[in-house]
Design a protein around this ligand. Structure first.
Ligand code: PSU
Ligand code: MN
Length: 326
């Protein structure tokens, strides 16, 4: 009965990790999971679709180093030649980042196709959460989750990241949701999905808006430290809830962009996307690229900085979470 009620508690208690043969876990990550050491998952859609080369590989490596520097083990997740990799090796990351073979953007719906066609893929927040949960990783760092797109009330373009957060017990550490989105509607949808959403900051803080520190909308909850965030995740998993949580961490102040600069860049990029008829999974990569160009690279620097900082905070949270599990 326990197995069905809470598969994760069972797997953890007996140190059993039975996952599909399509999933290949690196020795370092496997060892860390077996010893109940802190592990942080990292995604790769931002490598394949979110940033140009070589900034993508530099950022992915710096995020791994940020996790290690806090005493946790990084587990970068991707699909290579149809195999799901957990704990990507350096040469594999280079292959993915260089993009000589095409990669697709993998959210939950895309696994069957990428695996059966034996192709490469960068996992989004949704895709990374699916695999993290499968192998027993509870904490994951990214830049900014997807959300309800502006105009989403008519296009129905709502990222699969939000429904994944509603059904998968993984804590995602991000700088809120990307500024290209409709932030208040995204917060409403997360509430509907039952996601525990907290910002790292003083009580009453505004919800982080990716390139800038706040969006003017109050965060549903605030925590003062990664330790307090770990306490939320511990309570969530201890109760056996199958939903996820979001810890929103503001971009480091030295790299935050002024709100007016962001709004201007987002507005122009959205107009261009509409004129060019860009839709669906292509819209987020297009907007990020255009915003980076129109801000003369400032947005890209902010994006890199927030990803690395989120990896560090996620690692601190993972260290505290493991202490609570003992
Ligand atoms: N964070 C970044 N850059 C990115 C992403 C996150 O700093 O490119 C990716 C994540 O993988 C996220 C995806 O899941 O963007 C959202 O895509 P969509 O809006 O199509 O759901
Ligand atoms: Mn979408």
């Amino acid at each position: 009965m326990l197995i069905f009620l809470n598969r994760w508690v069972f797997l953890r208690a007996f140190n059993i990790r039975h996952v599909s043969s399509r999933v290949c876990i690196s020795e370092e990550v496997r060892n860390a999971l077996n010893k109940n050491m802190p592990v942080v998952a990292l995604e790769t859609a931002l490598v394949t679709h979110g940033m140009p080369h070589p900034e993508n590989i530099k950022t992915a490596i710096a995020a791994q180093e940020a996790v290690s520097s806090q005493g946790a083990v990084p587990a970068t997740i991707a699909i290579l030649h149809g195999r799901v990799k957990v704990g990507l090796q350096h040469d594999e990351l280079v292959e993915l980042a260089e993009g000589k073979a095409p990669s697709i953007k993998i959210s939950r719906r895309d696994f069957p196709y990428a695996i059966s066609k034996k192709i490469n893929g960068g996992t989004t927040v949704s895709g990374t959460m699916v695999i993290a949960d499968l192998v027993g990783i509870r904490i994951f760092a990214t830049g900014g989750i997807g959300g309800v797109h502006r105009g989403g009330e008519s296009t129905f373009d709502i990222s699969a990241d939000l429904t994944e957060l509603g059904r998968t017990p993984v804590a995602v550490v991000s700088s809120g949701v990307k500024a290209i989105l409709d932030i208040p509607r995204t917060l409403e949808f997360l509430e509907t999905q039952g996601v525990c959403v907290a910002a790292l900051g003083a009580p009453g803080s505004s919800f982080p808006a990716f390139y800038s520190q706040g969006c003017g909308h109050k965060a549903p909850l605030c925590v003062s430290s990664p330790e307090e965030a770990a306490g939320l995740l511990h309570s969530l998993t201890d109760l056996g809830l199958r939903s996820g949580m979001l810890l929103a961490v503001p971009v480091p102040s030295e790299h935050a962009l002024p709100d007016a600069m962001v709004e201007d860049a987002v507005g122009n990029a959205l107009k261009e996307a509409e004129a060019m008829g860009i839709q669906g999974k292509d819209i987020t990569p297009f907007l990020l690229q255009r915003i980076s160009q129109s801000t003369k690279g400032h947005a890209l620097v902010a994006n890199q900085s927030l990803i690395i900082n989120n990896a560090k905070i996620a690692a601190q949270m993972a260290v505290e979470f493991e202490k609570l599990q003992k």
